[in-house]
Design a protein around this ligand. Structure first.
Ligand SMILES: C[S@@+](CC[C@H](N)C(=O)[O-])C[C@H]1O[C@@H](n2cnc3c(N)ncnc32)[C@H](O)[C@@H]1O
Length: 208
């Protein structure tokens, strides 16, 4: 675990749902129709977390099967308990070493994960390796440098005002590549030709 990754405490399922899962679900509802994957095909999901994106794949994309992996065994256990479907199998694994043979899946999907993976190019190359020729790869991340996730951006800006050292934890500094050009370049380095499009949602809170 690198020094900053210790702050990405990906293990408490219920907390994660309140913090991020509910927003990820809203992006998934827009992202999957945009991706327009074929039905009755083999999916691999990278970084399933609590299963927010997994549930959308199962509910909206009529997959034949979904192998959903995550580096956190706690999240895998949570997702397994929440997403009950005979077509899905959850497994603890690293994005940089996918538990699937070459050219064995039709669609690779990933939601809000790539920026947290230390070796992103290796992870993208792994996704390409397991994808059959002509297969589909789609992922989304927040556009941190553009102030993309408003409440997170506001939190870190306020934290840095109180404690200047907190500025180094601000995600726009940690993930400067989460831009159209940055993501296109990362994909190119992994041998993938990418189309990068913005997707926006409103994060509405009932009270402060
Ligand atoms: C922000 S959460 C996204 C979870 C879920 N996909 C969603 O949309 O709500 C990031 C997830 O990526 C996982 N993750 C981070 N690094 C990973 C890696 N190297 N390999 C696999 N999963 C990883 C974390 O454990 C966490 O579940």
């Amino acid at each position: 675990m690198n020094q900053l990754a210790q702050f990405d405490a990906w293990s408490a399922g219920q907390n994660y749902e309140q913090y991020m899962g509910r927003w990820s679900r809203q992006i998934a509802a827009k992202f999957l129709p945009w991706l327009a994957p074929p039905e009755n095909v083999r999916w691999l999901e990278i970084g399933c977390g609590t299963g927010a994106f997994t549930a959308h794949i199962l509910g909206k994309c009529a997959p034949r099967s979904v192998l959903a992996i995550d580096a956190s065994k706690d999240f895998v256990a949570y997702a397994q308990a929440q997403v009950i479907d005979q077509r899905v199998r959850f497994e603890t694994a690293d994005a940089a070493k996918l538990p699937a043979p070459d050219a064995s899946v039709d669609v690779v999907g990933s939601a809000l994960v790539l920026n947290f993976v230390p070796d992103r190019v290796t992870a993208l190359a792994e996704m390409k390796r397991v994808l059959r020729p002509g297969g589909l790869l789609g992922f989304y991340v927040w556009d941190y440098p553009g102030g993309g996730m408003g409440f997170i951006d506001a939190f870190w800006k306020a934290a840095a005002e109180i404690d200047p050292q907190a500025a180094e934890l601000d995600e726009d500094r940690r993930f400067p590549f989460c831009t159209r050009d940055g993501l296109t370049k990362l994909c190119r380095e992994a041998g993938i030709t990418a189309t990068v499009e913005p997707i926006a949602i409103e994060t509405v809170f009932s009270d402060f």
